[in-house]
Ligand binder design. Structure first.
Ligand SMILES: [Cu+2]
Length: 233
């Protein structure tokens, strides 16, 4: 268990920079031992659209996908959030489960509640945008072992934030399930998440009963709907 956590944290460290492939390769090995590892946990932030407090407890009852980033990110964050949005829709189509997509800012200075609310709307109608004080964001990132640092050289309002590129899957009881590196495409994300959803539904009759009937598959809307949701020019 302890060794497993060590391996897991090493994997997260590797996610910085160009080690995505290795993260992906090692994930299968690490996730069993890391299943109950100390990843995730309590956070207390502000939800953008309502400008109200939002904690980890507000995610209980559904699977959630949590991604940390910043709204000024030139391309990585938009790409990752588009994948998250596509995967959420695919999982809902195939299983009826409403996975909650969740963006947490690591740039609280510029990412006000209003700004994150506007930002997440570009990707998915149900995506939550969370931000908070410096301390609250730092605590949340620590809980998820997310690295972030403002890169030197930028101006007062014009700077980049270097950060881990990881999407976390959280179960309906708020426990960390697994994580996905940038190497995963939306189809792989969706397939993995759907597997966890179905395994959960088999053990939890109330959750199973709450699954909406899968939507009819008459619309092969994959590309169109996503492009629309993730449009960013
Ligand atoms: Cu980014």
């Amino acid at each position: 268990m302890v060794a497993g956590l060590g391996v897991f944290l090493g994997v997260v460290a590797l996610a910085q920079g160009t080690a995505d492939k290795r993260v992906g390769d090692m994930m299968a090995k690490s996730q069993q031992v890391a299943g109950k590892a100390a990843v995730g946990g309590p956070f207390r932030l502000t939800e953008g659209a309502s400008a109200r407090p939002f904690t980890n407890r507000d995610l209980l009852g559904e699977f959630a996908l949590i991604y940390f980033g910043f709204t000024h990110c030139p391309d990585i964050c938009p790409d990752e959030l588009e994948k998250v949005a596509e995967a959420v829709d695919a999982v809902e189509r195939t299983t009826g489960a409403r996975v909650v997509p969740c963006f947490i800012s690591v740039d609280p200075k510029r990412d006000t509640p209003a700004r994150v609310a506007d930002y997440v709307r570009e990707f998915h109608p149900r995506m939550l945008g969370l931000t908070g004080t410096d301390a609250a964001v730092t605590d949340a990132a620590k809980a998820y072992r997310v690295y972030f640092a403002t890169t030197p050289g930028g101006g007062e309002e014009d700077y980049l934030v270097d950060h881990s590129i990881i999407t976390y899957l959280i179960d309906p009881k708020g426990e960390f399930v697994t994580f996905y590196s940038k190497a995963f495409d939306s189809a792989q994300l969706a397939e993995s998440i759907a597997g966890h959803v179905m395994a959960w539904a088999e053990k939890d009759a109330a959750y199973m009963a709450g699954l909406a009937c899968p939507m009819p598959k008459d619309k092969e809307d994959g590309e169109g709907a996503k492009k629309e949701g993730g449009r960013k020019e």
